[in-house]
Design a protein around this ligand. Structure first.
Ligand code: FE2
Length: 337
């Protein structure tokens, strides 16, 4: 059959290599539903098949380290700049040369040495129970160390990279000492020992366990749009407060992509990342994932619109990786479990 195809190809002038199946192997920490439709569109448009392996972010990273040079992975898509930095620090990634990505992805949302590029944006604001908290009493992340919040704050554990990255951003802005003093006082205001994910903090606040929480925006969006009536009701009890609007801006982070040093389909991997950064893919993210696009020119969902526009912290996000070890140690010293 193949010989016949080659013969036909020769007749009609197609080169033999064009008959080979073009493919790319993707390891993704994003749930299949949050990436597969885009990959299908990419395959339709380019003819490049995407072999998708999904897994939990930290487990995928470990798997790649064990597989080493023999890893089939051409690229990794994962959440949080802190994790992308870990892949780079582990020596797994290579610089990506793409003038088009340099144009599509704002400089603060990519690695300074081009080892990873952000593809969607998430903010980590304060949410507050509307019938208990006057938003006038809120201002900055730093102000959450005030004793007036004693026993009123829900937040997940310090094991979680989202909190590590938030603290890393504070270290980048204010230094380790000031951030540590803050963390020590902040932890004293916790309503309960940290447990659960971001959604659980919203549920706890709605159930009266605490008055404010710090959560990633897409969780709240998903709860508000949820078919689960209880989840939706919990989310409706809180509102978003954008902290630090008169200062550095609200902490944002990315999910993004890195190309493996050992990639065997490097060109296809770059094409896939370029596709994911394109206007069409960005619009899909904004509508379907409840995340923010990486460029302001792309339309966002009605849920995101309802929270209004806000000033984002424009910190160079590779700094979140740089300060991650400091953040982890600092949170431990502060007793943030
Ligand atoms: Fe998440």
């Amino acid at each position: 059959m193949f010989k016949q195809l080659v013969a036909i190809a020769a007749l009609v002038g197609i080169s033999q290599s064009a008959l080979a199946v073009e493919e790319v192997n993707l390891y993704s920490a994003r749930k299949e539903a949050l990436i597969k439709p885009l990959l299908d569109k990419f395959t339709k448009q380019t003819g490049i098949a995407v072999n998708l392996i999904t897994g939990k972010a930290d487990a995928l990273l470990k798997r790649m380290q064990i597989e080493g040079k023999n890893s089939p992975a051409d690229l990794l898509i994962t959440t949080d700049a802190g994790r992308l930095h870990r892949a780079k620090a582990a020596g797994l990634t290579a610089a990506i040369e793409s003038a088009s990505l340099d144009k599509l992805v704002p400089a603060s949302y990519r690695d300074g040495e081009k080892h990873w590029y952000g593809l969607s944006l998430r903010a980590r604001p304060i949410v507050y129970v509307t019938d208990k908290v006057d938003p006038q009493s809120l201002s900055t992340y730093s102000a959450l160390s005030d004793t007036k919040w004693k026993g009123r704050i829900c937040i997940r554990s310090s094991n979680n990279i989202y909190n590590q990255s938030l603290v890393a951003s504070m270290i980048a802005h204010n230094g380790v000492d000031a951030t540590e003093s803050w963390a020590k006082a902040f932890v004293k205001n916790f309503a309960r020992p940290p447990k659960g994910g971001d959604r659980d903090q919203v549920k706890a606040a709605a159930a009266g366990m605490c008055d404010i929480a710090i959560v990633n925006t897409y969780y709240l969006a998903a709860m508000l749009e949820s078919k689960n009536a209880k989840e939706q009701a919990a989310a409706k009890k809180v509102a978003v407060f954008w902290p630090d609007q008169d200062g550095n801006g609200t902490h944002v982070n990315v999910s993004g992509a890195a190309i493996m040093k050992a990639a065997k389909h490097k060109a296809n991997a770059i094409k896939l990342i370029e596709y994911l950064a394109s206007d069409a893919a960005q619009a899909w993210y904004a509508k379907t994932n409840g995340e923010y696009p990486i460029r302001d020119s792309i339309a966002i969902s009605d849920t995101l619109k309802s929270w209004g526009s806000f000033k984002k912290d424009d910190l160079q996000l590779d700094l979140l990786g740089k300060y991650n070890p400091d953040a982890v140690r600092l949170m431990d010293r502060a007793g943030w479990r």
